[in-house]
Design a protein around this ligand. Sequence first.
Ligand SMILES: [Fe+2]
Ligand SMILES: [Fe+2]
Length: 208
Amino acid sequence: MIIKKSALMEWLRNNYSNISCKDRHFNMLDKVKQFVNESFGKGVNEKGSEHFEQTIYWAQQLKPDADEPILIAAYAHDIARAFRKENSEETFKNRELDDPEILKEHQEEGARIMADFLRKEGYDEGSIKRVYDMIRRHEEGGDEESDLIKDADSISYLEINAVKHIKWIDNLGKDKIKNKIDWMYNRISSDKAKELANPLYEKVLSLI
Ligand SMILES: [Fe+2]
Ligand SMILES: [Fe+2]
């Protein structure tokens, strides 16, 4: 039987999701992915998890030796959204998409949810603290690890999510969406991340 290489890779990816992490085995990361995907009500390889997979991808581009707590924070940084009661498009009708109060709550809630999950799973306290701190500051950064998650999140946002927000222009107005896209780009700290984000930012701006 002849199996195409692409089909084989697809099968391996579906059955061994940790293969995307440069063949290293991250058992807790697999559990986190399952938890996050189930929380968002999606199967493991559904399109909705693309932003999280790409946040891992960009974190690894920025820091090739990123260890498991970093990859966990990258994948789970937006977990709070899975438990949000309101539809996001409606929430932002009267508020900016980078509303500081909403972002603060989003970060803190996400950090707490993941720390609780990891503790229940018996992860070590040192790693739990790092994941907690990275998620708690993933929107604003402020230290090396949370800056890394913030930068990877921004690139992944420009690559994946910005197009979805552009579709909201009719409902929310162009200024609000442009402000969010600019904010996601301007908050990037590292030169390398800015370089990687530049073509994606240009492309997104051309769509507005
Ligand atoms: Fe976020
Ligand atoms: Fe995100």
